[in-house]
Design a protein around this ligand. Structure first.
Ligand code: KG4
Ligand code: ZN
Length: 332
């Protein structure tokens, strides 16, 4: 079960292989230009049973066939997490099966080890570097083993996904703006506009300054020409996108050398971005390391990645008790 933000997702994993992965998004937030936590919790409540039911049907199993249930304990929105956690605890109790808590960010990273019933893909070798970029997080993680992670750098303010979504909102694009910036950027000139690339020290990131510089720049331009955004939308999107990606990839070569990593991997919703994918692949080729990017379905929030971590914990008997509580902030 995954319910940390605004996607309700259920997956069925049988003997290490994903047999179904069903996700219900939440359209209700679109008109507000961002996720409204209270509405997200309510939508999870109405979506959770149909999503679980569909996942079971697609996998061809009955609820009584389940031998363990893994769920996202955190981090995420408190109300959203409570719905999935409460559901999972109840199901584990009713079926008298093990309950397995999963850390959402670890799951994004371990999504690289997902195997489906139809295909087995090559997996990253340890140690590898994972750039986890989502609407809530921007982290460079050194992955030494399945459950041995070290945070090398992270954002000190906005996440990369927020940088996409907030600048898209300034340009009048609907939420979530990331995929739309990606779409318009394909038709634009990325060198047309130059934006500041704020630094945050060490290997950390900062994106709030970029958002503010774009806001001031556009306010000035729109005061002179009210159609400025409309007339330059593709070039603006291309310039903003390439700035965000340049900021994201800047520290990677130094870190990759320092920690002698064998691969670089992308995780989180922003790894769906087409330019980030191609630029990371090019960078990996230059550094002579391998590059791993999960299938789109496993980049954004999904339950298959939760099931994957659940499977690894299940194999080692790492179970939670009924006392476990969801946690909006969760260390690893
Ligand atoms: O991992 P995710 O589904 O949810 C969180 O845990 O946040 O990530 C959602 C984020 C949003 O900010 C969305 O705009 C961004 O991923 N995103 C993209 C693209 N697809 C999704 N950003 C840029 N380009 C994309 N193609
Ligand atoms: Zn996520």
């Amino acid at each position: 079960m995954e319910s940390s933000c605004d996607d309700t997702s259920a997956a069925v994993l049988i003997n290490g292989k994903i047999h179904s992965n069903i996700t219900a998004g939440q359209e209700v937030h679109k008109i507000y230009g961002g996720v409204v936590p209270e509405l997200a919790s309510r939508a999870h409540q109405s979506n959770i049973l149909p999503v679980v039911d569909t996942a079971l049907k697609k996998a061809g199993i009955a609820v009584g066939d389940i031998s363990a249930i893994a769920f996202t304990r955190g981090p995420g929105l408190p109300g959203s997490l409570i719905v999935g956690t409460g559901f999972s605890k109840s199901l584990a109790m009713a079926l008298n099966i093990p309950l397995i808590e999963v850390h959402h960010m670890q799951a994004h990273i371990l999504a690289h080890f997902i195997e489906t019933k139809d295909e087995a893909k090559p997996k990253p070798e340890f140690p590898f570097l994972c750039l986890t970029v989502s609407g809530g997080h921007t982290q460079i993680v050194l992955v030494r083993d399945y459950f041995n992670f070290e945070m090398i750098g992270q954002t000190i303010d906005d996440a990369a996904g927020e940088a996409f979504d907030k600048t898209a909102k300034i340009m009048g694009l609907p939420y979530p703006g990331g995929p739309l910036i990606d779409k318009h950027a394909k038709l634009g000139n990325s060198s047309k506009f130059k934006f500041a690339k704020p630094k945050a020290g060490a290997y950390n990131y900062s994106f709030s300054g970029l958002k503010t510089s774009i806001l001031y720049f556009l306010q000035k331009q729109v005061a002179e020409n009210p159609s400025f955004v409309h007339e330059n939308l593709n070039d603006l999107c291309a310039s903003i996108q390439s700035t965000i990606i340049e900021i994201l990839l800047l520290p990677i070569p130094e870190i990759a050398k320092k920690y002698k990593v064998k691969s670089i991997a992308l995780a989180g919703g922003v790894s769906a971005n087409s330019e980030l994918r191609t630029k990371t692949e090019k960078l990996a080729a230059k550094l002579q390391i391998q590059c791993f990017i999960p299938a789109f379905e496993y980049c954004t929030d999904n339950a298959a990645m939760i099931a994957q971590v659940g499977w690894l914990k299940y194999l080692s008997g790492n179970f939670s008790t009924q006392e476990v509580q969801s946690s909006a902030r969760l260390d690893w």
